[in-house]
Design a protein around this ligand. Structure first.
Ligand code: SF4
Ligand code: SF4
Length: 290
């Protein structure tokens, strides 16, 4: 089983549209939406939810004032400043690390289980989709990403599917790191702008750090041809191959708004997407360079 991760340095590059197109073109894949803070792949793939699971965040804590001896230890050790001098825990400041629970000599700090989101297993016309939703103001999406990936792998194994296509989170934070581990290939989608390159360079650094095999695709490449050339040159200098250039296409740009991805069109953008998919798939099926 191979794992492809599609990521970008920031939102709005067209990453999800590329994943949606790949999901439609692949023969035997499981698709995982790990962009859990802003999941929208389901808008393109018309899923029917078959399973819904609660995602439990790290527990916040509560101090039992009947047990607390006001020794002050928890105030000293909480590095997030979540405990007030009156020994009340601020649920927004508490990170759920559990240190105070373990160290309170009176055993007066009680963890509070809570649901921080949901994850789903759905069927789509193109195969199974695992996706998730994080509740408002929740963090720790790296753990939810790990959960979605675990479920996608289990389905791929059970249904003998040979590929997992993952829509990764944007940026370079913890959820991206959680998405990068153990994959076979990362496809980085960027756009031809100064900020596009800046964000791409940060993700490239991250991928290099984790020694992940990486290729790049420039979306909306014809909107700034000079910058597209410059990105190709800079990627070449770093030993990174640019395997696709997709011209701007209004229907693709609006795909997550309209819910329609016109993959049967004969437009230049669709032709470029087919070409990108073929190159990506061929790279995935190659042995990893040692
Ligand atoms: S460490 Fe335990 S006993 Fe001490 S102040 Fe905090 S809650 Fe109270
Ligand atoms: S669980 Fe961690 S963050 Fe929360 S109050 Fe205790 S020490 Fe502070």
């Amino acid at each position: 089983m191979k794992e492809l991760l599609v990521i970008s340095g920031k939102g709005g590059t067209g990453k999800t549209t590329v994943v949606g197109a790949f999901a439609m073109l692949a023969d035997n894949a499981v698709v995982a939406d790990c962009d859990v803070d802003a999941a929208n792949l389901h808008l393109l793939l018309n899923p029917q939810v078959k399973e819904e699971h609660a995602f439990h965040g790290l527990p916040r804590v509560r101090i039992d004032r009947d047990v607390c001896t006001s020794c002050g230890l928890c105030l000293e050790i909480c590095r997030f400043g979540a405990i007030s001098p009156e020994y009340v825990v601020d649920p927004l400041a508490c990170e759920g690390c559990g240190v105070c629970v373990r160290l309170c000599p009176a055993e007066g700090i009680i963890p509070q289980e809570r649901v921080a989101g949901q994850w789903f297993v759905s069927e789509t016309p193109f195969g199974p989709l695992v996706h998730a939703r994080l509740n408002a103001a929740e963090d720790n999406s790296g753990r939810l990403v790990a959960e979605v990936r675990r479920a996608a792998r289990a389905i791929a194994k059970h249904q003998k599917r040979d590929l997992i296509i993952t829509d990764g989170p944007p940026g370079i934070s913890c959820p991206v790191i959680s998405s990068l581990t153990g994959i076979d290939l990362a496809l980085l989608v960027t756009e031809p702008s100064v900020s596009g390159w800046h964000d791409l360079a940060r993700v490239l650094e991250l991928a290099e750090h984790f020694k992940v095999r990486t290729v790049v695709c420039i979306n909306k490449a014809d909107l700034h041809e000079l910058m597209s050339k410059e990105i190709k040159r800079r990627c070449y200098d770093r030993g990174i191959e640019v395997i696709g250039s997709i011209p701007f296409d209004e229907q693709f740009a609006q795909a997550t708004v309209t819910g329609h991805l016109p993959i049967d069109d004969k437009s230049p953008a669709v032709t470029a997407l087919y070409d990108l998919w073929e190159k990506t798939y061929a790279l995935l099926m190659q042995e990893k360079p040692s």
